[in-house]
Structures are given as structure tokens and as C-alpha cells.
Design a protein around this ligand. Structure first.
Ligand SMILES: [Mg+2]
Length: 434
């Protein structure tokens, strides 16, 4: 019989990250059992300086004890990750203890210094001192980001960024006065490859990408960086379909022909226009049906491109997160079933796609960011523990989540958070150089 717990889990799984929920649940035990309830005298305002001093001292001791308890748990999680990585090396990933506890867990490319990260995040977020609010999703997300940046600092060679909500607001252009301009220039100064891997798909159209990235490119032109460093900047559009490189002499983006970087496994489907069009037909039918079923056919417009199909809201209407998730999940399910039934039965390889909630719209793109990051890694010669992807869409209805299979990741929710992460990374790179 299906339990209510299981039903709740499966109907909410697309809004949850299993590993973050796992850590959150572990930290909840000390929060519940050891956080001291306030005494009657504290609650009702009994005074007395000596008593007051004692209470303050007790609170400090209590906070230290909480830090210790949280750190003890995080030490255990570090050990679980180390054990998982040992299994991973022997291709026995699914046999690790962490796989048993979190069945959907993927690969790790570096160890994660969570205890060390907790001390820094606790100083910023007062996690151990809190008595009414337990460690939250955002606390754990910040902790994992901190540990990941610290771990990859010594080895990083390539950093890839999502566009919307990671570098600029949804649909906006890269602002000239964004603090991210300086930070990205600093990463290039340290000799890193920097790439923007975005869903935005403008086939071979450099001026359109240049417009979206105008503030950053202005920053490049105004910088005193040598051409060699600036030419380590790439833009990969349409998830993995259109690659450009910054050319320092002209100050513009130059299109790179796919034959220069696409492996034969990608060329096999990328050049099959008929199969791509067929898959987009199925996606179109699914999205239209979904719009009809939700009574939204007059509130949305369908946009079809060479390698993508999307639903955007009409002027004056708005799509809720729930309706966007419904579109994305319906398309994922239908296209997976379609490919399984049609192509795999015929012995053909399925065409990779990505159906995702883009924040205010929903898209089905041919290809995905996993292929995008893997191609860049092949092209630039970097490995998983040398590559970091920064993005905001890591739920199962997002388009950044697939990169977790290829590299280290950082999950941010705004360009401001991206700036915080890059500030920490730049500090580590400066220290390494010093
Ligand atoms: Mg985004």
C-alpha cells in the first residue's frame, strides 16, 4: 500500500533537493533536543545583574555546545561523502552508504569541508544561536556552496555560469555597473576559462548575445587585461548548441563552427534536422494540450525556434510557478515516454532534451547543459574537479541540474549571491597566487 508519506514525497519531489533535505533532517535532531527552552524568569522579565551575567555566560556555553553538535553531524556527512567517492572510483556508486540513505545522490568531484564551511556560515547566519528557527534549506544551500568553493579553489580551471537570475535579472541585459563585471574580469586575470552556458538560443547570432552581455563586454574592452586572458571567455547558447569566443582585437564575439568542438556522439543528433523537428512537434502538441487543460490557451503564446519551443505569457497575464512546473513536468514525461516507445524500440539513440521552468516561461530545448559543459571540458581540457557551474535552476524542473553529472556546482538564487560566491573564490585565488 502506498503510504501518505510516500504520496506527499512524490508529489513534492520536484520542489525538493534530496541531499539538502537529508542534511536538514540530520541537523533537526540537535535543534529539537538540545536547544534549551527559555526559563520562566527569562520569559517574564525577572531582573538582577548577577543572574543576568550568568544567563549570558550560559547562553554562550550553550551556543558553543550547539556548534559542536552541528559540526559533529557535518563531520559524519563529510565521511559519508568520502566513502561515496571511494565507491565512485570503483564504479560502485550505488553501493555506498550515502546512496542507500539518499537514493538519488549523484557524483561528487571533490570532498566537501562542511565543518569548516559551517563555522563561516554560522558567523554570517547565526545558525547555532537560533532557538526558534532550525537550520533551513537556504542555510544548508549556503553551507554546501561555501564548502564547494573552498574545495575547488586550488584546482579550478573553468567556471561556467547560467545567464538569467545568475548574472542578471530574468530577461534583462548584463548591466554595465554590475559588480559581477569586475569579478569576472578578475577570474580571467587569474587565467581561468569563463563560459556563460545559457538557454537563450539565437542561432549563430553574435550581435544578439553581445546585446544581452553588453555591460560585461564593455568591461572587457575597458580592462587592461591582455588579449590572451580575454580570449578565455566563451558563450554557449541554446544549452549546448551555439558556441562563441571573445575576440580581443575586434572586441566582439566570434561564432565557432560545431565541427571544432562537437564530438561525434553529439553530431549524430545535432545534424539530424528531421528527428529534431519531430521531437519539437511532440513537445508542441504537449504544451498546447497542457495549456488547454489548464484553461490558459488565451493567456500564453507558443514560440518555436530551430532547436527549442517555449510558452511565454501574454501581456497582462502571469504564469505561476505551479503552472510552469506543470508544463515542464508534462513535457518531460511525454517526451521521455515518446522517445522510449518510438526510438529505443527501433534501436535508435534518444535525442537529448531539456524541458524546464525558466522562472517566467517554460521551454523545451534540444540538448542540455550537461552536454554543454561536457563539450567545453573536452574542448578546453578540464576535468570535473577543475570545473564549477554556477546556476539558479537545480530542482528537477530546472535546466542547471544536469550539470551535476559533469562537474562541481554552486546553487545561487540571485546575481547578488553569485557576487558573494565569486568574492570568496577570488579571495582564494589571490591567496593561492600570493
Ligand atoms: Mg537561470
Amino acid at each position: 500500500m502506498t503510504s501518505l508519506y510516500s504520496i506527499n514525497y512524490h508529489t513534492r519531489a520536484h520542489k525538493r533537493d534530496a541531499f539538502i533535505e537529508f542534511i536538514k533532517s540530520l541537523l533537526l535532531t540537535p535543534f529539537v533536543l538540545h536547544t534549551r527552552p527559555s526559563t520562566a524568569s527569562e520569559e517574564y522579565g525577572a531582573s538582577g545583574s548577577k543572574l543576568g551575567d550568568k544567563r549570558t555566560a550560559n547562553k554562550e556555553v550553550e551556543k558553543d555546545a550547539n556548534v559542536e553538535r552541528y559540526c559533529e553531524i557535518l563531520q559524519c556527512v563529510e565521511e559519508l561523502i568520502a566513502d561515496h567517492m571511494a565507491h565512485q572510483e570503483q564504479d560502485l556508486l550505488e553501493l555506498s552508504r550515502l546512496s542507500t540513505l539518499v537514493p538519488s545522490i549523484g557524483r561528487f568531484f571533490t570532498a566537501l569541508p562542511l565543518k569548516e564551511g559551517f563555522m563561516r556560515q554560522d558567523a554570517k547566519r547565526s545558525i547555532a544561536a537560533r532557538r526558534f528557527v532550525p537550520p533551513s534549506f537556504n542555510d544548508i544551500r549556503a553551507l554546501l556552496n561555501d564548502a564547494q568553493v573552498t574545495a575547488i579553489g586550488p584546482t579550478i580551471k573553468l567556471i561556467t555560469f547560467d545567464g538569467d537570475m545568475t548574472l542578471y535579472a530574468d530577461g534583462a541585459d548584463f548591466a554595465r555597473d554590475s559588480q559581477l563585471v569586475k569579478l569576472i574580469v578578475h577570474l580571467l586575470r587569474h587565467g581561468l576559462y569563463v563560459a556563460i552556458v545559457t538557454a537563450a538560443g539565437y542561432p549563430g547570432d553574435a550581435p544578439k548575445y553581445e546585446k544581452r552581455l553588453s555591460g560585461l563586454l564593455d568591461g572587457f574592452r575597458a580592462s587592461n587585461l591582455p588579449g590572451e586572458a580575454l580570449e578565455k571567455f566563451y558563450v554557449l547558447g541554446g544549452e549546448c548548441n551555439y558556441l562563441f569566443r571573445y575576440e580581443s582585437v575586434s572586441g566582439h564575439l566570434r561564432y565557432i563552427h560545431p565541427s571544432a568542438y562537437q564530438p561525434s556522439s553529439v553530431q549524430a543528433w545535432a545534424n539530424n534536422a528531421t528527428k529534431v523537428a519531430e521531437l519539437l512537434d511532440v513537445a508542441q502538441e504537449t504544451l498546447l494540450q497542457c495549456a488547454r487543460e489548464m484553461g490558459l490557451e488565451h493567456s500564453v503564446t507558443l514560440i518555436r525556434k530551430d532547436r527549442a519551443i517555449g510558452v511565454i505569457h501574454n501581456d497582462g497575464s502571469h504564469l505561476t510557478r505551479e503552472t510552469l512546473d506543470e508544463f515542464a513536468l508534462a513535457a518531460q514525461r511525454r517526451l521521455n515516454n515518446h522517445q522510449r516507445a518510438q526510438l529505443i524500440r527501433a534501436g535508435e539513440e534518444p535525442i537529448p532534451f531539456c524541458a524546464f521552468n525558466g522562472g517566467s516561461d517554460v521551454w523545451v530545448d534540444i540538448g542540455n547543459k550537461l552536454i554543454g559543459v561536457q563539450m567545453l571540458q573536452g574542448f578546453l581540457g578540464t576535468k570535473g574537479d577543475e570545473t564549477l557551474h554556477v546556476g539558479d535552476q537545480f530542482l528537477s524542473t530546472g535546466n542547471d541540474i544536469s550539470t551535476r553529472t559533469a562537474c562541481c556546482t554552486v546553487w545561487i538564487t540571485s546575481p547578488e549571491e553569485t557576487a558573494d560566491v565569486l568574492t570568496d573564490l577570488c579571495q582564494l585565488l589571490d591567496q593561492k597566487k600570493a
